[in-house]
Design a binder for this molecule. Structure first.
Ligand SMILES: NC(=O)c1ccc[n+]([C@@H]2O[C@H](COP(=O)([O-])OP(=O)(O)OC[C@H]3O[C@@H](n4cnc5c(N)ncnc54)[C@H](OP(=O)(O)O)[C@@H]3O)[C@@H](O)[C@H]2O)c1
Length: 341
C-alpha cells in the first residue's frame, strides 16, 4: 500500500470451529510512524501456520493468545522501510514474529535481520528455514535421536514440516513411512522426498497399511495430527520407541472436547518416550540447524514445495487450506515485493 494507509487484520472475536471473516476483520488504518528506537517494517511474506488458529483461541497454550481487537499475530518476512534504531537499517530484510498487516512498527524484539535484497532467496529461506525446517530438525534429531535402520512414521507427511522430517530421517539411514491425505501427496513424498512408503489415510485402512509397511513395528512417530491416526500408530510402537509430539492439527478447529488417545496404555506397555515441544525451545541451537538445513537445500538434498497465495486480503481464506488439506507444501501469502536495496 503506498496511499498512506495500512491494512491490518484484527481479531474481532474468538472463532468457534473454522475461523471466518466474522472473527477477523481487515481494517484500513493510518500508516504508523516509527518513534525513537523503532523501525517501520513492510511485510513481504506472511507465513500461515496451523498454530495461528490456536493463537486466535483462549485455550491454555504456549504463548499469550491474541487479544480481542489486537492485530493478528503471524510469522513474517519483511523489509525495513524507515529506521530509528541501530538494530536494523533501511532496506534490510527481517524475519520473525509480526502481524497480519501491510506494515508494522517494531523495536526489534522478535525479529532478526537476515540480509539485504539479493543476498538471500527470501521465499525459500523464509518458507523452509524460519520455522518448518527447524521444527522438523529439532523434533526428529534432538527428541527422537534416530538410528540407522529404525522405522520413522510421519503424519501430515506431505506438509511443510512432515516432508522435511521424512527426508532428514532418510539422511540418517532410517525407513520413512508417511501418512497423508491424497494420492498425489503420497506419490510426491515417495518420488521426490524419498519416503519408503506412503499411506493415504482418506482412502486406505491405516492400521492394515502400517502392518504392511512397518512389519517390525514403529521406532519413532513424528506426530502432527492426533486423533484416530495417532491411535493406529500407537498400537504399533516398539519397546523404548519415541514420539515427538509436534502438532495435533485434527483438533485445532474442534468445537467439542476431543477424546484422548484410546491406545494411551501403549506408552506404559512399551515404555514409549513422548515429548511435546515448541521449536523456540531450541532457540540456542538455531544457528546449527539453519546451517545444516541451508546446506541441504543448496545441495538439492532437501525437496520442498512452497504454496504462495497473493494478497494480504486472502490471508484468512488461505489459512483455512491448512485444515482441509488443500495446501501443497509450505503455505504463505505474498503481501508485497522486495524493493531493491
Ligand atoms: N511444535 C512446533 O513448534 C510446531 C511448529 C510448526 C508446526 N507445528 C505443527 O506441525 C503440524 C504441521 O504444520 P505445517 O505448518 O507443516 O502444516 P502442513 O502440514 O503444511 O499443513 C497442514 C496439513 O495437515 C493435514 N491435516 C489437516 N487437518 C487434518 C486432519 N483432520 N487429519 C489429518 N490431517 C490433517 C493436511 O494434510 P493432508 O492432506 O495430509 O490431510 C494439511 O495439508 C501442525 O500440527 C502444526 O501445528 C508445530
Amino acid at each position: 500500500m503506498s496511499n498512506g494507509k495500512n491494512r491490518v487484520w484484527r481479531l474481532a472475536k474468538r472463532p468457534e470451529g473454522t475461523a471466518s471473516d466474522n472473527d477477523l476483520h481487515l481494517a484500513e488504518e493510518a500508516m504508523p510512524e516509527p518513534g525513537e528506537g523503532e523501525a517501520l517494517i513492510r511485510t513481504v511474506y506472511l507465513s500461515l501456520d496451523p498454530t495461528n488458529r490456536i493463537w486466535m483461541s483462549d485455550m491454555d497454550q504456549y504463548m499469550e493468545p491474541v487479544k480481542i481487537g489486537d492485530p493478528m499475530r503471524g510469522i513474517i518476512a519483511g523489509q525495513v522501510v524507515k529506521s530509528n534504531t541501530p538494530k536494523m537499517k533501511e532496506g534490510e530484510l527481517v524475519m520473525g514474529v509480526g502481524h497480519w498487516a501491510d506494515y508494522m512498527l517494531t523495536d526489534g524484539r522478535g525479529l532478526s535481520v537476515i540480509g539485504k535484497p539479493g543476498q538471500v532467496p527470501l521465499a525459500e529461506l523464509f518458507g523452509v528455514c524460519s520455522a518448518v525446517g527447524p521444527t522438523a530438525y529439532f523434533g526428529l534429531l534432538h527428541l527422537c535421536e534416530p538410528k540407522p535402520g529404525e522405522t520413522v512414521v510421519v503424519t501430515a507427511a506431505a506438509g511443510a514440516v512432515g516432508s522435511v522430517v521424512g527426508q532428514i530421517a532418510k539422511m540418517k539411514g532410517c525407513r520413512a513411512v508417511g501418512i497423508a491425505g491424497s494420492d498425489e501427496k503420497c506419490q510426491w513424498i515417495k518420488d521426490e522426498c524419498g519416503f519408503d512408503a506412503a499411506i493415504n489415510y482418506k482412502t486406505e485402512d491405516v492400521g492394515a497399511m502400517l502392518d504392511r509397511y512397518c512389519p517390525e513395528g514403529v521406532d519413532i512417530l513424528f506426530e502432527n495430527v492426533g486423533g484416530s491416526i495417532m491411535d493406529e500408530v500407537l498400537a504399533r510402537m516398539n519397546d523404548f520407541s519415541r514420539i515427538a509430539l509436534c502438532g495435533l492439527i485434527s483438533q485445532y478447529n474442534a468445537t467439542e472436547p476431543v477424546p484422548g488417545p484410546y491406545n494411551f496404555k501403549q506408552i506404559l506397555m512399551h515404555r514409549i518416550k513422548v515429548q511435546g515441544f515448541i521449536t523456540s525451545d531450541f532457540a540456542k541451537d538455531y544457528p546449527k540447524a539453519m546451517a545444516e538445513l541451508t546446506q541441504w537445500m543448496g545441495e538439492g538434498k532437501l525437496k520442498f514445495r512452497l504454496d504462495i497465495d497473493k494478497g494480504l486480503e486472502n490471508a484468512l481464506t488461505s489459512l483455512n487450506k491448512l485444515y482441509d488439506g488443500s495446501n501443497q507444501g509450505k503455505l504463505m501469502v505474498e503481501v508485497s515485493e522486495v524493493a531493491a536495496a
